[in-house]
Design a protein around this ligand. Structure first.
Ligand code: AMP
Ligand code: ZN
Length: 474
């Protein structure tokens, strides 16, 4: 079977096939963060999903050229820069660094390119000039440049590819200057915004005078500059389908740069929202947690990642701290099996010539099915149960344990949970270790065993060696 994904453009699940089978890599673009604040874990649900899809494409043998932009100029940023008195670069730099650190905390592979919109002003201007030459972009009275939906449609292009627009809304007459608007306000949107006093020092020279780009054109310029006018995969949260992605298609295809009847993007993939009490987690509702908030509560990045990839990407998913606790327990079960396998395998090496195990085959079948993580987790936890049973009977040879570990590492290359970090033993466990050492020295083995059991209840085991005894996490 091939990897199948829901393509928002076709509104159905279809096999993923590269647009250019001979190309070195798949072109993969995910709309990145708007760096005006710390990202919340709703945002990171989308980015972790993008990481999962990238890892799975690589697991399936594709090379991926992963681009994630950093939106470092748009309406919200301009307002904040004006309010703080910082320079644009100082203000956005702080949140860009924080974003990249959070991405690493959640074990996301670094995208190959992280273009910043402000580094692509010439490419943005070039696209707008092309649209202007084709009569699709026009100048409004205030000096801003707008995209004409009617002119675009007049060229035989379709506006309304990702979303179904209601016929009433299609009789659009107005213009919108803001970066966000909804489907019911279908309107010509800004490509270049003429400088206004509120913009402060944030402006660039252009053929239309001083101003700044609209948000939507930034992504068209960065994606096409790095991946070409037609590429394979474009991702983002479901809220971006309209107007952001619809406008990206219109601006990109409006330039006529695509060749051979190819579209701007072949597969559009949208991730559903993370909810809190049934509502979208968002800054404006104030119902959000940042990654940092959760780390401060004592959770690990890999526990947060586990939770974020526990539900199917097309299902909305309700975040609770109890859910995060449950992820912690599930991950601890997995960690314990992997730790026992590592111990049993010792120095044995897996036989790399073996065909994929039934475990890997079942895992692949699950994720081929539109990244069905629920099925994949069921496969993983069946494997945990079965491995625990084999470990318990003592029937697993070191070589067999090494093979199981090898299969797990391949699967984890996709899930990205990584090894459990070495934990410092708490004072309580260290005190018990001393008590046990004292009992042993006094040859009170019954007492030493009793303390060992107390340690076990805390999740620690004692390893004795010539250099002394030390604690190890169970
Ligand atoms: P922003 O920084 O607001 O541009 O958003 C960055 C990404 O996070 C976009 O792909 C959004 O669609 C996505 N996003 C925003 N809120 C949520 C949420 N509650 N759940 C999942 N994704 C979200
Ligand atoms: Zn975008």
């Amino acid at each position: 079977m091939a990897l199948c994904l829901f393509n928002s453009l076709q509104r159905r699940v279809e096999a993923f096939t590269p647009l250019f089978p001979e190309a070195d890599a798949i072109g993969f673009y995910c709309c990145g963060p708007t760096v005006y604040d710390f990202g919340h874990i709703g945002n990171f649900r989308t980015f972790v999903f993008a990481d999962l899809l990238r890892r799975y494409l690589e697991f399936r043998g594709h090379r991926v050229n992963h681009v994630m932009n950093i939106t470092d100029v748009e309406d919200k940023i301009i307002r904040q820069v004006a309010a703080t008195g910082l320079s644009l670069a100082e203000f956005t730099g702080k949140y860009t660094d924080a974003f990249l650190a959070d991405l690493a905390t959640l074990s996301c592979l670094k995208p190959h390119h992280l273009p910043k919109a402000t580094d692509y002003i010439p490419q943005i201007i070039d696209l707008i000039e092309r649209l202007e030459k084709r009569g699709i972009a026009y100048r409004a009275g205030d000096g801003s440049v707008y995209f004409s939906i009617n002119k675009y449609r007049g060229c035989g292009c379709r506006y309304g590819q990702l979303v179904t627009l209601d016929p009433e809304a299609q009789r659009q007459t107005e213009r919108v200057s803001g970066d966000s608007y909804d489907k019911d306000n279908l309107a010509d949107f800004a490509l270049w915004k003429a400088r206004v006093p509120g913009d402060g020092v944030v402006f660039w020279e252009s053929p239309w005078g001083e101003g700044r780009p609209g948000w939507h054109i930034e992504c068209s310029a960065m994606s096409m500059a790095l991946l070409g006018p037609s590429f394979d995969l474009h991702l983002g949260g479901e809220d971006l389908a309209f107007p952001h992605h619809e406008d990206e298609i219109a601006q990109s295809e409006g330039t006529g740069l695509q060749q051979g009847g190819r579209p701007f993007v072949k597969h559009w993939v949208h991730a559903a929202h993370l909810l809190v009490d049934g509502k979208k987690m968002s800054k404006s509702l104030g119902n959000f947690f940042t990654v940092r908030d959760l780390l401060n509560k004592g959770f690990q990045g890999r526990e947060i990642r586990f939770l974020l990839i526990s539900a199917h990407y097309r299902e909305t998913f309700n975040f609770t701290l109890e859910g995060l606790e449950a992820s912690r327990s599930a991950l601890a079960r997995l960690d314990s099996t992997v730790a026992q396998l590592t111990e049993r395998a010792g120095a044995a090496n897996p036989d790399n010539t073996l065909a994929p195990s039934p475990f890997e085959i079942a895992f692949t079948e699950a994720l081929d099915d539109d990244l069905n993580v629920s099925k994949a987790w069921a496969v993983i936890f069946d494997w945990v149960r079965e491995t625990n049973a084999a470990l318990a009977t003592g029937s697993l040879s070191p070589a067999a344990a090494a093979e199981r570990l090898h299969a797990w590492r391949r699967v984890d290359g996709v899930m990205g949970l990584g090894a459990r970090p070495q934990e410092e033993a708490p004072a309580e466990a260290l005190a018990l270790l001393e008590k046990r050492n004292a009992a042993k020295a006094a040859r009170d083995f019954a007492q030493a065993d009793a303390v060992r059991n107390e340690l076990k209840a805390l999740g620690w085991t004692v390893e004795d060696s010539k250099s002394g005894s030390k604690l190890k996490r169970l």
